[in-house]
Design a protein. Structure first.
Length: 157
């Protein structure tokens, strides 16, 4: 059974690889692409989808993700400010935003466990993604057993 497979804009879960046809014979599930190159592309897309979901699960929700992104921007602003940047070319709105970011930095907004957890989750998931993508790309889509190997790979996720 394939736990999850993203095909186009749809994410299917718990897909039986073999299903019964109308005549009762066993056939491969039509949700699974028959072309090894298309199936590999779907699996690669699935890996990316899983990474995004796993990061959100680790962080908690989209609001925390947005907060951690803001904290990262504040941290970068704090670092940039140590370089004494020339802000004379900024518009009034940009200067105001820059000053607000610095005020948040001064208040300790970027000194955050949430930011560290979010960055750790992203790093961990990207390492997993790179490893799995490497394994996926090692499967020769031109081999006679390519479809079986790709299905086995998808089942292992």
């Amino acid at each position: 059974m394939i736990k999850v497979l993203k095909v186009g804009n749809y994410v299917y879960q718990n897909i039986d690889v073999i299903v019964a046809a109308e005549d009762g014979s066993a056939v491969r599930n039509s949700l699974i692409p028959e072309d090894p190159k298309k199936l590999r592309a779907c699996i690669a897309d699935t890996l990316g989808w899983k990474v995004g979901n796993n990061i959100l699960k680790t962080i908690g929700d989209a609001n925390k993700k947005d907060a951690s992104t803001t904290k990262a921007i504040v941290l970068l602003t704090k670092l940039i400010n140590t370089l004494n940047p020339d802000t004379s070319k900024l518009t009034e709105n940009e200067k105001s935003a820059y000053e607000k970011l610095l005020a948040l930095a001064d208040a300790g907004y970027s000194d955050s466990t949430l930011l560290n957890e979010a960055l750790a989750a992203v790093q961990e998931q990207l390492q997993w993604y790179a490893q799995k993508l490497s394994e996926l790309n090692a499967i020769d889509t031109n081999s006679a057993d390519a479809l079986d190997k790709l299905i086995a790979f998808a089942e292992s996720l």
